[in-house]
Design a protein around this ligand. Sequence first.
Ligand code: FEO
Length: 401
Amino acid sequence: MLAPSWRIIGKKVYWLSIPDTKSRLFENIWPIPNGVNYNAYLIAGDDEYLLIDSSKAIFTSEELVRVIKEITDPSKIRKIAVLHTEPDHSGLISGILSRIGNPIVYSTSRASFFMRSMFNLETNVVKDGDEITIGNRILRVIELPWIHWPDTMFLYLEDEKILFSSDAFGAFGALEKPVFDDEIDFVKYMHEAKEYFATVVVTYRQMVLRALDKVSRLGINPEIIAPSHGAVLRSRIKEFMKELLSWCNMEKKRKITIIYGTMYGLTEKLAEFAKNIISRKVEVVMHNAVGNDLNHVLSDVLDSAGVLFITPIYEGNIFPPITNLIELMRIKKLGEGKISAVVVTKLWGGAAANKIPILLKDAGYDVLSPVREYVNYPNESDLRDYEDFLQSFIDKVLENF
Ligand code: FEO
């Protein structure tokens, strides 16, 4: 298990890096085989310190205070700022408070309500445009609700041009030690960032766009972006921003994602067949609806122009893992502007196959009809029909591109 550590990221600005390689799932939904980082920050001004956030209770507050002691006497922390209250950043706050004295806790009004109900803690409410001082240093408050909780704020340290961006600009992946964007494999890192966006943030993509616009209108041009998850950005801010904008706008590629459910491998064969046909025309990726692929599925759906669902009918009903995936896409509005098509194999009769397009339309998809239904694995003649169907789907996707 990786251990918490710290690093200087600006003049008397310290990054407390808390890696989580213990949790199997983020938000108890999203698989994180590479873990995740919770980032807290410590800022010194004159003889006092302000702590931004804490961490999920993956370590004890005592362990986090031990790291703080390597930087300063914890009793010098006179202020704590809670960027939002989700327990992956606030989980240790009560324990920290009991170990460092009696600092003032700052939060937005909504966060104040949550802090009271979650931790029985009173906070000093700050609002948009307010300033929090640390000695003679100024942290500007920028309220940005719904990224992705309703109570979020960013803080901007004016003298060092550091933007503390809460869940925005984050990524999955635990960090062995605190590292900047120019010290990592940035391409690999952006895969983690995209999966984090497609699972955790994507529902509120319009709010992220508004946030970026607001920050820009305030004339804030940060030299460092310090998110609550992942690496600190300093050299690749523009590249990250470009990708983030494309994700927020759900920019489509000439790409089709195949999602298949399978019990004994027959529908997997159909998926392989489709992959071979589609790959002649456009980029194609294929995912099993069951297993650890959930983040990859949503990440690929995010920038695909089309999504093909291939699934068995299960006891006369929709194969449950497919239902679950479509429901996640509905919640996250991931079907908007995309074409989908459905292929089922079945032994049972019933209307389940035709219920899938209803769910897909509810998730925002334009659905190619009718659903293609085969009894078990298609015979030679069925396969010719299947190929025609796939061609119609590709044509429709390309028309919509
Ligand atoms: Fe990373 Fe919304 O908590």
